[in-house]
Design a protein around this ligand. Sequence first.
Ligand code: PLP
Length: 458
Amino acid sequence: MTTSPLSDADAVLFGNRFATREVPSRTFPEAGMTAVEAMRLVAEDLALEGDPARNLATFVTTWMEPEAQRIIADNLHRNFIDHAEYPRTAEIEQRCIRMIADLFHAPGETTGARTQGSSEAIMLGALSLKWNWRTRREAAGKPTTSPNLVFGGDVHVVWEKFCRYFDVEPRIVPLAPGKYTIGPEDVRPHVDENTIGVAAVLGTTFTGHKDDIVGINDLLIQIRQERGLDVPLHVDAASGGFVWPFLYPDSAWDFRLEQVRSINVSGHKFGLVYPGIGWLIFRETSDLAPDLVFEENYLGKTDATFTLNFSTGSAMVLAQYYNLVRYGRPGYTYIMRNMQENARVLADKLEAMGRFEVIGQDEEQLPLVAFRLAADEGYDEFDIAWQLSAERGWMVPAYTLPPDAQDVTIMRALVKETLSREHVDTLARDIEEACATLARKGGAHESERRKIVVGPGH
Ligand SMILES: *Cc1c(COP(=O)(O)O)cnc(C)c1O
């Protein structure tokens, strides 16, 4: 440990002991410190963190209005699960569920749950698929030992996680170079009487596109009519659920489609709330397997709970409600269109450089730009990501796609609310300059460096 020539007493009077000392990091502290000192210690550590405004890797919200931040700060001391003590928060959760169900065209009475994010929502939704499948099989006197779930290689890792944790066989449709989403022809061979459901993605993390949800829905209707198998469709709308209703209101992907029985969405992505908040919405109340709901008598009130977590903050539920009432349909539409417009400007600028291929900008897509080098330049996308971060602090990830498109490397820039036109222009110039630097010095193709370039999955 480095020792300071000054005494602790000097530090207490004039400054901060950790200006010259190593910070506590290994053993449980034997002594405390003043509140100011602790505050400085933590803040100084975080000064080395990446700047969220330049984090174009994340789908998660990095900015909220000051009024929303005030709601959050004022409600950090409320445990969301204490419904008896905080009935208004519980009511506000139900309002959010009803509003989002309405946004997704639920036909009538529905139910759902607030979750920590889409991952918890997907675990719960897929558990309900498994339970409902088992009930159907038991009623028909058939075995319930080998459930399977069908999805594409374009899904988030949470789907494979569910299959492993809850003992379900994953039937994964591989991608191919140039084919980054799936459709009915991919799903058809995998569906059988042990299929608990099919999962389709609205807005993949890889390129921001959607699976052919209409086509998969039609296939499942056909299978129901021809083979008597009623296979539910779950839509993973983690990102797309707050984008499509505003940018593509006439594109059907939700409960307008008959076989869509449940949908998850991350409030902390395009719902524009800070992490962690997600939502699981069922088409009808009966789509939630009743066995998964626990009637708990806790702190004096019986309460029906359907969650994997128990205690959690209520601030983000309140912040979600704030956003829903603050923006409404026109506000969300305005914000989504701004992001889309800036994404198009960035895509055009990248194309004009003559070096990049932009992926699927003319299709329905999340507000992002997915792009790759069109030819061998002597450096690759990982080099560009690295150079851009080193020179300018922009976090723009490079990653390879899932099998069988693993030879395709792409870069992806999220264009969020705070990425103004001026930022887009600057980013485009910085990418151009990063490429010019790399053309002079050449790329460095070490695998070590690639590992630290941030991946796509968040
Ligand atoms: C982000 C994402 C998830 C995981 O969501 P969290 O809210 O981070 O738990 C799942 N699926 C897709 C398609 C996603 O984009």
